[in-house]
Write a protein that binds this ligand. Sequence first.
Ligand code: CO
Length: 136
Amino acid sequence: MPTIKRIDHVALVVDDLEAALAFWRDALGLRVSQTEEEPSEKTTVAFLPLGESEIELVQPHTADSGTAKFLAKRGPGMHHLCIEVEDLEALLARLQRQGVRLINETPVTKPNGVRYAFIHPKSTYGVLIELYEKPQ
Ligand code: CO
């Protein structure tokens, strides 16, 4: 039985990570917990913890990635909302039975063991949703 747990992070796409950090870190005062290159996504991301959730800043490196196209079309701003769940596979199966359009029909595993899948914004009233399942 899948469980919907909490908002893990809210991701913003930015064209200049250092400039974005001048607001989120320096002016607002959040701390950066980690910065990582995501070669498969051709992005650099920074995570800034905020209560039980985090703000994720995503900067695309090349013009051809999904996030780069999003940035070119809509400008910097909110990119996706990430919800932590348990039993991601069962949840994806349930969503598919309900006719929900998935971007990833099977979970993708990150190097740190987190598994994720995206739901298409056409099925969620306009917001790209990422589902996260953390390793036990
Ligand atoms: Co994310």
